[in-house]
Design a protein around this ligand. Sequence first.
Ligand SMILES: NC(=O)c1ccc[n+]([C@@H]2O[C@H](COP(=O)([O-])OP(=O)(O)OC[C@H]3O[C@@H](n4cnc5c(N)ncnc54)[C@H](OP(=O)(O)O)[C@@H]3O)[C@@H](O)[C@H]2O)c1
Length: 370
Amino acid sequence: MAAPRSTPLSQILPPLILGGAGFSYQLTPNPNPTRTREVLSRAFELGLRAIDTSSYYEPSEELLGDALSHPDFASRYRREDYVLMTKAGRVNATKSDYSPEWIRYSVARSLQRLRTSYLDVVFCHDIEFVAEESVLQAIGVLLEMVAAGTVRYIGISGYPIDRLARVARRARDLYGRPLDVIQNWAQMTLQNDRLERDGLQAFKDAGVCCVCSASPLASGLLREEGVPIGSLGDWHPAPQGLRKAAHAAAVYVAAQGDSLAPLALRYALRRAQQTSTPELRVGTIMGGTSVAEVEENITTALRVLRRDGGLWHWSLNGEPELGTTGSQDHLETDRGLFAGVQQLLGKWRNCSLSDDQETQVEGAVVQTKL
Ligand SMILES: NC(=O)c1ccc[n+]([C@@H]2O[C@H](COP(=O)([O-])OP(=O)(O)OC[C@H]3O[C@@H](n4cnc5c(N)ncnc54)[C@H](OP(=O)(O)O)[C@@H]3O)[C@@H](O)[C@H]2O)c1
């Protein structure tokens, strides 16, 4: 089946997306088919209709392909009912390959692993680890796939905002059309608001119509339990000082009768909604490795987002983000808690989780692992 592509991505991307790294060894020691099927099935029952993964999140693509093609699931949801996004170019924790041969091989393998005839979005994964010329060449290869109908939309992902914006501008100038989407992680969070301040306008100027803001909990930093440990061990880039500040914030939020993880998700979703416009929509890619987490996260999201008749609604042009179960009181309580957390994060607010940004706090040595 050829990929249907007549509408801009902004018209089909829902505001809430499930991240596929939760089904990988990076985030969990035991990714497995049973749990993936259960998580996906529950997420879809609760209305989720978009998934982001990567060929690098081993074995997420295989597990997702198994779950999506399972008769119980496939009999309830058709392929065109959901948005499936993956990435190419990042091979493992220390290696990237953006050569045309690898990109072609990787996307063909993703199609096979995900058991689909087309991918809605393919991102060049973590563009900061390769030369910009290689990224531009890889974008050219993805555009051939768009022309062939195996890929509908293309984008780039990474942490450094300036570089994402520059590559988006260069790609538009080189190919005469903008990228459809940019994915950035952990920078529309209680800890870091650089995406909002430095990214959105620059991305819009490059003609991009969608942004995927990933890692609302800053990859598990903003929660009571602390950073996740998978088979890569303690890979999280946050320095000890930031971890301590995040822990103090979690204790503060608990004392107010709430919990840091849902609060952090509400912050990310509220900012994404507040900054979305008809020209540039900001979706949120949430994490979650178990049915319980995904249930909690979708329940949390419905405080901010509205879903009626099976459709997610966007609050565009600064409308108040009162979700299906949200109220003005919730909005005001959240504002107070956001301010309390941000005060406790103190000097660690906006410290970079990458050594590629200007505002790094001393000691924050890091490597992107998702
Ligand atoms: N460079 C890139 O392109 C890039 C980078 C980062 C993320 N992403 C995308 O964004 C997705 C989400 O990123 P992320 O996993 O970093 O998201 P996140 O929501 O910031 O963090 C997820 C981690 O937080 C924990 N968590 C999730 N919900 C929770 C809850 N309700 N209560 C307590 N803990 C909770 C989980 O840890 P436990 O498993 O330990 O419970 C999970 O591993 C990824 O799957 C990926 O698709 C892309």
